[in-house]
Design a protein around this ligand. Structure first.
Ligand code: SF4
Ligand code: SF4
Length: 347
């Protein structure tokens, strides 16, 4: 794979060229709201600077609300109308690397051999992922404490690094190489390569937290007073999982609309009291303690056991957005610290 550079002035021209053959999805600014990943229209000016958008690329691949099918009831009988989207080849551009890794986590759920989700697959399977590494680190990131971030490069087709007036561009797959053509791209100089390495090191070699490198799936325990502690503070707003780039839970509901019935799915979260409520009224997680435990164990233990991946990429969104300051970094530090391990050995 060959490395290239592209000047920031040329990004718009490159996107225009890509739009001839692909749908291009990228973070678009909105008036008073955070930028959101959506399909670009001609003339749109997306934000391509590698800074983390609060709204993650999940919003495009797994919409917050999605019609699955409609049942039309008419004089001539009943018909079912599929709502599986028809999607052109797509380039998703402008997410940062951990959000691309989070898409790999979603793939394990929705592109499973046994349970392939046609709605997710339609958007995902013909999609080229282009990630951008920002020039500066955000305070809440702890990616290199949860996983080997070097391995995440295999999650994208193209990786770009913000090195000032231009981007350093690496094709990571054959699919990625195919979209790196045209006069927009040039050869990197030695100084560009040094700048690329500096951007990477700021991300990959920043200070690690005390739980880094520990087998989190072994350290997180079912019985732990920390779940009570979180539950005392948590107001079950669901923000941490709604905004998480790798959380995938949804609910399915039916809605009548005149002469049709629409089946749709929408986001759901294990933090809500009715998430595990059964039809007969029993709720196995009937208070916030097991719900708080579920979120952490699912991300760091169950997903690891089921798919061999960690369900958290350390993006820091839940750290920044939780209204009562439940800090996942603190929870992991306390549940996995050496001091704690020693305490449990002594007790
Ligand atoms: S830091 Fe929080 S929001 Fe980000 S991936 Fe991990 S659990 Fe999800
Ligand atoms: S964001 Fe905070 S308060 Fe809201 S559900 Fe998550 S842990 Fe609870």
């Amino acid at each position: 794979m060959s490395d290239k550079i592209i000047s920031k002035d040329n990004i718009k021209n490159w996107i225009d060229a890509l739009m001839q053959s692909h749908t291009v999805v990228a973070p678009m600014p909105r008036n008073e709201a955070p930028a959101e990943f959506r399909e670009l229209a001609s003339g749109d000016e997306p934000i391509i600077d590698g800074s983390q958008t609060m709204m993650s690329p999940k919003d495009y691949l797994l919409p917050r609300y999605e019609t699955l099918f409609k049942v039309n009831v008419g004089k001539n009988g009943t018909s079912v109308e599929s709502a599986v989207p028809e999607v052109r080849p797509t380039v998703m551009l402008g997410m940062w690397l951990p959000d691309a890794q989070a898409i790999k986590v979603l793939d394990r759920v929705f592109l499973d051999d046994k349970f392939n989700d046609p709605y997710y697959a339609a958007r995902r399977e013909n999609t080229v992922l282009v990630a951008v590494m920002p020039a500066e680190k955000r305070w809440s990131w702890f990616c290199n404490s949860v996983d080997d971030v070097e391995a995440w490069k295999a999650s994208v087709d193209v990786l770009m690094y913000d090195i000032g007036e231009k981007f350093y561009v690496e094709g990571q797959s054959a699919k990625g190489e195919e979209i790196l053509t045209g006069s927009f791209f040039g050869e990197p100089t030695e100084a560009d390569t040094i700048a690329r390495n500096q951007v990477w090191d700021k991300f990959a070699k920043c200070d690690k937290l005390p739980f880094a490198g520990k087998a989190l799936y072994e350290n997180l325990a079912w019985e732990d007073p920390i779940w009570d502690e979180i539950a005392q503070k948590c107001i079950a707003c669901g923000m941490c999982s709604y905004m998480c780039p790798s959380c995938s839970c949804f609910d399915i509901q039916d809605e009548t609309c005149g002469s049709c019935i629409e089946r749709y799915r929408c986001r759901d979260t294990c933090q809500f009291d009715d998430f595990t409520l059964m039809g007969a009224g029993h709720n196995p997680r009937n208070n916030q303690v097991p719900r708080s435990r579920q979120r952490l164990l699912h991300k760091f233990k169950y997903q690891h056991e089921q798919f061999g991946v960690v369900g958290c990429t350390g993006c820091g969104r839940c750290v920044e957005l939780c209204p009562v300051n439940v800090d996942i970094r603190d929870v992991l530090t306390r549940t996995c610290s050496n001091e704690r391990a020693e305490e449990s050995v002594e007790s």
